[in-house]
Design a protein around this ligand. Structure first.
Ligand SMILES: *[C@@H]1O[C@H](CO)[C@@H](O)[C@H](O)[C@H]1NC(C)=O
Ligand SMILES: *[C@@H]1O[C@H](CO)[C@@H](O)[C@H](O)[C@H]1NC(C)=O
Ligand SMILES: *[C@@H]1O[C@H](CO)[C@@H](O)[C@H](O)[C@H]1NC(C)=O
Ligand SMILES: *[C@@H]1O[C@H](CO)[C@@H](O)[C@H](O)[C@H]1NC(C)=O
Ligand SMILES: *[C@@H]1O[C@H](CO)[C@@H](O)[C@H](O)[C@H]1NC(C)=O
Length: 516
C-alpha cells in the first residue's frame, strides 16, 4: 500500500489511509461523524458577544417564547420575526423540515434549538443551528437581505467513504432530482428522494433538499445549485453528508434518515458507458460481465491513482472548514427572469379590464395568476423608455437582485413584441393611499399599524440608499407606491423604475423636477 508522502498531518494521513482501505476492502466506519446539532457560532462577519443579563439576552428570550410556536402554526412550518429595538434588536428565523410529524414536534425542535444554541454558542449574538428536524437563526443583523442568502453554510462530511465514481454520480443524479422536487413545491420547497445503487453494502441512497419557503423557485434553484455544486469538491467518495444554510440545504445518506415514502423515487443507478466505447449488445448479463472485467483490470490502477490524487488534494487544499463555508454569490441570469407573453396573456385573461388593478404613470396594472398558482401584479408599460433592450435587461437584472422585506419583489419581466411588462408579487391589501384616504378603511389603521408602516418604509429606503448593491433614490415616494401585504407590512414599489426609465437619473446632481 502506498504511503502518503510530503504530508505530515496525522489527520490527513488518516483520511488517505481510510480511503485506500475502503477502496480495497470496502467502507469503514470512522469516528468523526458528528450527530446534530450542527451549530455555526457567529458567522462572518462577526457580530460580537452579548453579556449576561443584557437587554439583548432578554430579547432572545422573548423571541424564543413565540418563534417556536409561530413556526409550528404556519402551514409552511416557517416563521420569522424580530424583537426589541436597535441596538438590541434580535432578528429570528425558524424552519422545520417539510416532513416533520406534527406541529408539536416542530415547536419542540425549535424550542430545543434555542437551548442548544445557548449551549453550543454561549453569548454569541449571531447563531445558526441545525437539527434533524429544524433549523434556527437569530442575529442582531437583518440577515433577510439577499446579500446573505448563500454566504454561510455548515458542511457535514461523513468520514466513511466508498470511493467509486459511480457512487458519486448516483448521488449527483439523486440530489438533482430531489432538488427539482423541492424547487417545484411552491408551498414547502421541500423534497426527499431515494435511489437504488448496485452495491451490497449500499443498496440505496437517500436524499433531502429544502429551501426557506419564502424563497421563489428561482432563488431556491440557484441556492441549491450552488451547494449541490460542491459535491465534486467536498463530498467525493463520501457515503453521506450535507450542506446546511439559512436559505437552503441538502443532505444524503446510505440509510433512510427521514420517515415515510420518499417523494422522488429513482430506479437503480446505471452507470453510463464511456462515450468512446462501442455500445455493448447481447443482453443484460453480458453487459454486466464485460463491465465487471473492465473494472477488475482498472480497479487497482484507479485505486492507486486516486489514492495519490487524494493525498495531494488534501495536502494542497488544506483549509479550515470555516473557509469552505463561504461560497461566492450566485449570479442570476436574465433568462431566469424572462416570462413569455403567452403565459402573461393567460395569467391575466389577455389583459382583461376585469383584471385591472389600477393605472399608474407608467401604464396599466393587472392582477394575474401564474400556472404554479402564484398571484402576481402585471404592470404593462407604455412606450416611455428611452433605453435599448440590452441596457434595460442588464438594469433589470440588478433591480431583480434587490431583495428586502420592505420592497415589492420583481417576479419577472417580459420584453416581447414591443411590450415592456414588469411582473411583481401581488399585494392583497393594495396601496396605502386606498386605505389612508378612505374614511371607512382608514379606521383599520391604528397607531400601531401606522408606526409599523412608517418604520418599514424607512427600512426599505435605508436599504435602497445604503445597503443595496445599487444606490437608488426613489424620487416618487407617495402613498400609492406603498403596497401592503396581508399583515399590513409596507412594501415600496416602483423603486427601480426611476433609475431605469429616466436616462439621466443616475447622476449625483439633478436639477430637473421628477416624480410627484
Ligand atoms: C464570545 O464568546 C466566546 C465564548 O462563548 C469566545 O470564544 C469568543 O471569543 C467571544 N467573542 C468575542 C468577540 O468576544
Ligand atoms: C445576572 O442576574 C442574576 C440575578 O439577577 C445575578 O445573580 C447575576 O449575578 C447577574 N450576572 C451578572 C453577570 O451580572
Ligand atoms: C408570533 O406570532 C404572533 C401572532 O401573529 C406575533 O404577535 C408575534 O410577534 C410573533 N413572534 C415573533 C417573534 O415574531
Ligand atoms: C407528534 O409526533 C411525535 C413524534 O412522532 C409523537 O411522539 C407525538 O405523539 C405526536 N403528537 C401529536 C399530538 O400527534
Ligand atoms: C446536476 O445538475 C447540475 C446543474 O444543473 C449539472 O451540472 C450536473 O451535471 C448534474 N449532475 C448530475 C449527476 O446529473
Amino acid at each position: 500500500m502506498a504511503k502518503p508522502h510530503r504530508c505530515f498531518s496525522p489527520h490527513l494521513a488518516g483520511v488517505a489511509a481510510t480511503f485506500l482501505i475502503s477502496v480495497l476492502h470496502g467502507p469503514l466506519a470512522a469516528a468523526d461523524d458528528e450527530p446534530p446539532p450542527w451549530p455555526i457560532c457567529g458567522p462572518y462577519p462577526p457580530s460580537g458577544n452579548y453579556t449576561q443579563n443584557s437587554t439583548y439576552r432578554a430579547n432572545i428570550d422573548l423571541l424564543s417564547a413565540t418563534l417556536p410556536r409561530n413556526a409550528s402554526l404556519s402551514p409552511a412550518l416557517y416563521a420569522t420575526g424580530d424583537v426589541g429595538d436597535v441596538p438590541d434588536i434580535v432578528y429570528g428565523q425558524a424552519l422545520c423540515r417539510g416532513d416533520v410529524a406534527n406541529a408539536s414536534a416542530c415547536e419542540a425542535c425549535v424550542a430545543a434549538a434555542f437551548r442548544g444554541a445557548r449551549r453550543a454558542c454561549p453569548l454569541y449574538k449571531d447563531v445558526i443551528i441545525f437539527y434533524d428536524l429544524c433549523q434556527l437563526r437569530f442575529s442582531n443583523r437583518n440577515f433577510f437581505l439577499d446579500d446573505d442568502y448563500l454566504v454561510t453554510t455548515y458542511t457535514l462530511l461523513r468520514s466513511r467513504v466508498v470511493g467509486t465514481p459511480a457512487f458519486d454520480a448516483a448521488v449527483g443524479l439523486l440530489l438533482n432530482a430531489t432538488a427539482d422536487h423541492a424547487v417545484e413545491d411552491s408551498s414547502r420547497r421541500f423534497g426527499t428522494g431515494e435511489e437504488g445503487f448496485d452495491d451490497r453494502r449500499n443498496p440505496k441512497i437517500y436524499a433531502l433538499a429544502q429551501c426557506a419557503p419564502e424563497k421563489t423557485a428561482d432563488v431556491c434553484r440557484s441556492c441549491l445549485n450552488v451547494i449541490i455544486g460542491q459535491l465534486p469538491n467536498s463530498f467525493r467518495g463520501r457515503t453521506g453528508g450535507g450542506m446546511f444554510g439559512v436559505w437552503c440545504n441538502f443532505r444524503y445518506e446510505v440509510y433512510p434518515f427521514f420517515p415515510g415514502r420518499p417523494l422522488v423515487q429513482l430506479p437503480r443507478f446505471v452507470e453510463r458507458p464511456p462515450a468512446s466505447a462501442p455500445p455493448v449488445t447481447g443482453g443484460e448479463e453480458k453487459k454486466r460481465n464485460s463491465a465487471g472485467k473492465v473494472l477488475a483490470i482498472l480497479m487497482p490502477t484507479i485505486a492507486v491513482i486516486l489514492a495519490i490524487a487524494v493525498v495531494y488534494f488534501f495536502c494542497w487544499r488544506k483549509r479550515r472548514p470555516e473557509e469552505d463555508a463561504y461560497l461566492p454569490y450566485d449570479i442570476q441570469h436574465i433568462d431566469s427572469l424572462l416570462l413569455d407573453l403567452a403565459t402573461l396573456r393567460i395569467a391575466t385573461d389577455d389583459f382583461d379590464n376585469s383584471k385591472m388593478l389600477g393605472k399608474g404613470g407608467f401604464g396599466m396594472v393587472y392582477k394575474g395568476v401564474l400556472p404554479d398558482g402564484e398571484e402576481i401584479a402585471v404592470k404593462r408599460l407604455g412606450q416611455t423608455s428611452r433605453q435599448g433592450i440590452g441596457e434595460l435587461k442588464s438594469e433589470l437584472v440588478l433591480v431583480a437582485k434587490l431583495h428586502h422585506k420592505n420592497l415589492v419583489r420583481l417576479v419577472g419581466v417580459c420584453l416581447e413584441e414591443q411590450e415592456k411588462i414588469l411582473v411583481y408579487e401581488y399585494m392583497p391589501n393594495r396601496s396605502l393611499d386606498m386605505i389612508l384616504f378612505d374614511s371607512e378603511k382608514n379606521k383599520e389603521l391604528d397607531w400601531g399599524k401606522r408606526f409599523k408602516i412608517i418604520n418599514g418604509i424607512a427600512r426599505g429606503l435605508q436599504y435602497l440608499h445604503e445597503d443595496s448593491q445599487l444606490k437608488i433614490v426613489h424620487r416618487d415616494l407617495k402613498a400609492s407606491n406603498i403596497l401592503l401585504d396581508v399583515d399590513y407590512n409596507p412594501k415600496i414599489s416602483d423603486f427601480g423604475l426611476a433609475k431605469i426609465f429616466g436616462g439621466d437619473q443616475s447622476e449625483d446632481v439633478t436639477r430637473r423636477i421628477a416624480g410627484t
